[in-house]
Design a protein around this ligand. Structure first.
Ligand SMILES: Nc1nc2c(ncn2[C@@H]2O[C@H](COP(=O)(O)OP(=O)(O)OP(=O)(O)O)[C@@H](O)[C@H]2O)c(=O)[nH]1
Ligand SMILES: [Mg+2]
Length: 393
């Protein structure tokens, strides 16, 4: 599947930058093209300059709201992020429309951090603009959810995330959720953590996007998962993950496998299931597989490790986990010595974390309203106290 990726705000732009890197990797490792364009959109000029892989011209690093923010961001006010996107969104549409590979694009992927101002506010507006212009091309969103410490320190980040999620869910064809907190490693510094997290967020997309795009026959699977299958599997709230198991060295040689004993076969299936278990535990957001209406898995393993038995084993296993989902599957001859399983759980009917954002943000909005009323009343009292004095202006 070929995606056109648009990152909004700092978080979104950095993740889009990672997708641009993934495209280079796909090209060098598999001769595949998986990105038809990568763009960064921000109200902050300095943040646009800090990217590495997205082309550095103004058609790929797009400054919006420059006249109003002087290139310094919107300071976490996502209403302003949305407003500036409405005013300057045409810049993004123009860049997309004139991208040389636009017509090869299967779908758009827009990325933002939910807790910020620019990305959180702009993502739904730009999604809506794309949907109005390009009917029939799905628009997906990928939202990074804030770290716990941000939620504790600043309730505004909960409120921003909730309003961002509510808005994007109503316009996008599917919303991938990536919970920053799930990727945290305690011993790393903030900047290396963010870089590592971004790599981990995009990693599960790699095999998925490559699967249908590989032209080199060495890499074509027996049951190819193409863009159509993937698009049928993405709808509404979505989680994605990839898991890996190593194949023990003794199994890597053909003469070991040619014995083909029952035990070898069953341990192969076990290994594939272990990779699937790892994918489920590495999902980008905590969710119950039983809440998924659609599910997809993709196995990538050395050709000789793949068999109908294993595919059936994995299929049965996922059916047990995601009992209410329509399941799609594919395979893909991958790297030597490892089995990777990518999982997408979509059309999730319930996500605890989203529900919590909605509840906490509604309470926050109510307290804010009361606080404003209280402050206005007290200001009026003070003004009243000065009523009898003359004014100098
Ligand atoms: N995964 C990940 N999350 C990030 C990154 N940078 C920021 N975030 C998260 O995104 C949220 C803040 O959003 P930003 O992208 O910095 O905000 P913005 O969209 O630029 O908006 P303003 O700066 O307010 O104009 C916070 O919850 C951060 O934890 C990043 O590189 N990776
Ligand atoms: Mg910013």
């Amino acid at each position: 599947m070929k995606l056109m990726v648009i990152g909004l705000g700092q978080c979104g732009s950095r993740i889009a930058d990672e997708f641009a890197r993934l495209n280079r990797r796909a090209h060098s490792e598999r001769r595949a093209k998986i990105i038809t364009g990568a763009f960064a959109v921000n109200t902050d000029q300095a943040d646009l300059t800090g990217l590495s892989h997205i082309s550095s011209d103004y058609m790929h690093r797009i400054l919006i709201g420059g006249r109003k923010t002087w290139g310094h961001g919107v300071g976490k006010v996502n209403e302003m992020g949305a407003e500036l996107a409405r005013e300057d969104g045409d810049k993004v549409i123009d860049a997309v429309r004139t991208a040389p590979d636009f017509y090869q694009t299967h779908a758009f992927l827009l990325v933002a951090g939910g807790a910020g101002g620019t990305g959180s506010g702009a993502i739904s507006v730009i999604t809506q603009m794309l949907k109005e212009r390009y009917v029939g091309k799905p628009v997906y969103a990928l939202i990074a959810l804030p770290f716990e410490h941000e939620e504790v320190a600043e309730l505004r980040s909960v409120y921003n995330t909730a309003t961002c999620l509510k808005s994007i869910q109503s316009v996008a064809d599917g919303v991938f959720l990536a919970d920053n907190q799930r990727y945290v490693r305690k011993d790393a510094s903030m900047s290396t953590n963010l870089m590592r997290i971004n790599t981990q967020i995009v990693e599960p997309f790699y095999d998925l996007m490559c699967a249908g795009e590989i032209t080199n026959s060495r890499h074509v699977g027996s049951k190819t998962l193409d863009a159509g299958d993937i698009m049928q599997s993405i709808d509404g709230w979505t989680a994605i993950g990839v898991g890996r198991t190593e194949i023990p060295r003794s199994f890597r040689f053909p003469w070991e496998l040619s014995r083909g004993s029952f035990r070898d076969k069953s341990s192969e299936t076990m290994r594939a299931m272990q990779a699937m278990d790892a994918a489920v535990s590495e999902l980008s957001i905590a969710c119950g597989p039983e809440d998924a209406g659609r599910a997809l898995y993709l196995m990538s393993a050395p050709a000789k490790e793949m068999s109908m038995d294993i595919a059936k084993g994995l299929g049965d296993y996922l059916r047990e986990l995601a009992e209410n989902a329509v399941i799609r599957a594919g395979d893909f001859p991958g790297e030597k010595g490892v089995i990777d399983v990518t999982i997408v759980l979509s059309q999730l009917a319930f996500v605890q974390k989203v529900r919590d954002y909605y509840d906490r943000a509604s309470a926050f909005a109510q307290t804010q309203k009361e606080r404003i009323k209280d402050t206005t009343g007290r200001l009026r009292d003070m003004d009243d106290a000065a009523k009898g004095l003359p004014s100098l202006i």
